[in-house]
Design a protein around this ligand. Structure first.
Ligand code: PAF
Length: 281
C-alpha cells in the first residue's frame, strides 16, 4: 500500500487508476485513530470501488480554540496497518501546509445547517469539516466518499454541500458500529477512563429507548425527548449538550417522528464530548 503526501500525488494516482485500470475511485476521509467503525467504511468502499484511498488528516480548522486538536490521538502506523489489512490501496497523509497553503483564505460555509446540533455548541466546526472535505473531494476526484452515520449532522452538512457545489462525488453513509454493550465507536472513546466508559453508555441507552418507543408506536417528539432526558437524569454526571429530533436533511426540529427523522444526542462525559443517534425507521 502506497502512502501519498501531496494533493498532486493523490490527483495523479486517482487519474492513473481511472485511465489505466478503468477503476472507480473510493475515498474514506478520516482523522486517523482508526477503529472498527472506520474499518467498516473501508470495507464498504473496497466492495464497491476498484481503488480505495483512505485520507488521514487531523484537520485543525474543525477544532475550536479550547478543543482537543493538540491531544487528538495520532496513531499513524497502526492506522496504515488497518487500512492495508482492509484492502485500501493508498493512504493520503498530507501535512497542514499541504491542505492549507500559507495565506489560505478560502472556506466552505454551509449556512444554516452548520449552526444546528453540533454546530450550535461547536461554532466553526462544520465550516472546517466542509472546507477540508471539499479539498479532499477535489484532490481525489473520488467517485464515492464514505462517511459514518454516527456523525449524522456532518452527513447532513456534507450532503447539502455536495448538492450545492454540484460535486461529482456520491456520498455513501454507513451504519453506526457499536461495542457489544451498545457504545458507539469513536476515536474519542480512548479518552474515557473505566468509570467514564460505563457512564458513556447513557447515550446509547437513551437512543435505544427512543427507538423502542417509536417501534411501540410513540411519535410525539415531546414524549420521546422527555424519555431520553429521563435516562440522562439518572446519570447526573453526564452533561447533556442536546437531545433533538430533527429532519435529517435540514436538521430543523420536527414535532413528530417520521421515517427518516433523526434522533440525535450529544453529551459530556468528564471532559469528553460524545455523540450518538438513530434514524427513525
Ligand atoms: O468525520 C471525520 O473524521 C472528519 O470530520 C472528516 C470527515 C475526516 C473531516 O476532517
Amino acid at each position: 500500500m502506497e502512502i501519498l503526501h501531496t494533493v498532486e500525488e493523490l490527483r495523479r494516482w486517482s487519474r492513473a487508476m481511472r485511465a489505466q485500470a478503468g477503476a472507480t475511485v473510493g475515498l474514506v476521509p478520516t482523522m486517523g485513530a482508526l477503529h472498527a467503525g472506520h474499518a467498516s467504511l473501508i470495507q464498504a468502499a473496497v466492495a464497491k470501488c476498484g481503488k480505495v484511498a483512505v485520507s488521514i488528516f487531523v484537520n485543525p480548522t474543525q477544532f475550536g480554540p479550547h478543543e482537543d486538536y493538540a491531544r487528538y490521538p495520532r496513531t499513524f502506523d497502526a492506522d496504515c496497518a488497518l487500512a492495508e489489512a482492509e484492502g485500501a490501496h493508498v493512504v493520503f497523509a498530507p501535512n497542514v501546509d499541504e491542505m492549507y497553503p500559507a495565506g489560505a483564505a478560502t472556506f466552505v460555509d454551509v449556512e444554516g445547517l452548520s449552526e444546528r446540533l453540533d454546530g450550535k455548541s461547536r461554532p466553526g466546526h462544520f465550516r472546517g469539516v466542509a472546507t477540508v472535505v471539499t479539498k479532499l473531494l477535489i484532490a481525489s476526484e473520488a467517485d464515492r466518499a464514505y462517511f459514518g452515520q454516527k456523525d449524522a449532522a456532518q452527513v447532513a452538512v456534507l450532503r447539502r454541500m455536495v448538492t450545492d457545489l454540484r460535486l461529482a462525488t456520491e456520498l455513501v453513509v454507513c451504519p453506526i458500529v457499536r461495542e457489544p454493550d451498545g457504545l458507539a465507536l469513536s476515536s474519542r472513546n480512548i479518552y474515557l477512563n473505566a468509570e467514564e466508559r460505563a457512564k458513556a453508555l447513557t447515550l446509547s441507552r437513551a437512543v435505544r429507548l427512543v427507538e423502542m418507543l417509536v417501534a411501540a408506536g410513540e411519535r410525539h417528539t415531546e414524549t420521546l425527548i422527555a424519555a431520553a432526558r429521563a435516562v440522562f437524569a439518572d446519570e447526573p454526571e453526564v452533561r447533556v449538550d442536546y437531545t433533538e429530533l430533527v429532519n435529517w436533511d435540514s436538521l430543523e426540529p420536527v414535532d413528530t417522528a417520521m421515517p427518516g427523522s433523526l434522533f440525535a444526542v450529544a453529551a459530556w462525559v468528564g471532559t469528553t464530548r460524545l455523540i450518538d443517534n438513530a434514524v427513525i425507521g
